[in-house]
Design a protein around this ligand. Sequence first.
Ligand code: 7TS
Length: 406
Amino acid sequence: MSFDVEKIREDFPVLSQKVNGNPLVYLDNTASSQVPSLVIERGSEYLKKEHSNVHRGVHYLSQKATSEYEAAREKVCRFINAAESKECIFVRGTTEGVNLVASAYGRKFIGEGDEIVLSQMEHHSNIVPWQLIAEEVGARIRVIPMTYAGELILDEYEGLLNERTKMVAVSHVSNSIGTINPVKEMIETAHKFGIPVLVDGAQAAPHLRIDVQDLDADFYAFSGHKMFAPTGSGVLYGKKEWLEKMSPYQGGGSMIRTVTFEKTTYAGLPEKFEAGTPAIAPSIGLGAAIDYLNSIDLDAAFTHEHELLEYATSKLGAIEGVKIIGTASEKASVISFMVEDVHPHDIGTILDQQGIAIRAGHHCAQPVMDFYEVPATARASFAFYNTKEEVDKLAEAVQKVIDVFG
Ligand code: 7TS
């Protein structure tokens, strides 16, 4: 059965609007994806009929909210094939997930003279939290280099690992250049040295099937709003062996067993890492987004996305004056590009006038921009609801930019 993209588009109400007099062409999915009706309706249903606080009431609504919130956790856990739902911590997004590990793992297991290994292509969310803890404890950051195509140099990676290395933190898919990193192989290498690995899965969860047990990831973080759920939802998966050993990240309600002024004992997993009232509605929305993904032919959707990537790469690549940044052999549907001397912000603005949404900037990956010696790039990123016609519009609009500035 071929993938019926027009039918899928009907599920996403935002896509049918006009922007600046033109049909919206939404190609900024890497920043945030759009939300299907099923998720919108689920959120509205929750707020209309089920809203209450979780884990604290004997009354009907609190029990209902709790069971729906926990049902969402179960769905997420099955989706990434976690062994147990208590290994899935609800967080606000990838950023909070990485900060949680950097802080709660780092304060316990990273000390003076230790090393944290990151890659050249990380998003700032997977750099700055590690710098904060490194500064606090006196550790140092080491960086896996990459080739000009945007592929990590695995021999050099292995050479960076030693008995002082206390964490490898690497993105599964780069948000700025789209590279899919061989994280399973990288995890296996780190484990030979007994080093845990955190995978930043923000850009992988919307584009690849994730199996945290098959990857053998120690930690895996992702954001709901990049996978068709509302903002404020996200998950940190952690192996329970690590989560149990780590101290809490934040203190507050829900994460305790007993509190006295002398001593507090903590709740078990996952509550130990969910201090305060969590993002109940967004998390239930994430559960609904997973229901949606389970209801479509996801493999066909991912194949369609990949076809869009190849089509867009050849269309943009054929335009004289366009340079694609990041040409790894394994890529997700993200294309960064430059157009002659035109500043990416000008490209973004001109495209916006035609209803085409792309992102222009450093994509929170300044080390990648430094590597390619550019201040910024233009970036188009596709979801499975995008079409070849939209790629054609993108290519025509980019040609127009060249005509105007050339
Ligand atoms: N890691 C990666 C690889 C990302 O792409 C992003 C967001 C984050 C972490 C942070 O996710 P958050 O949900 O916690 O903010 N990336 C982008 C982007 O490419 N454009 O806008 C946000």
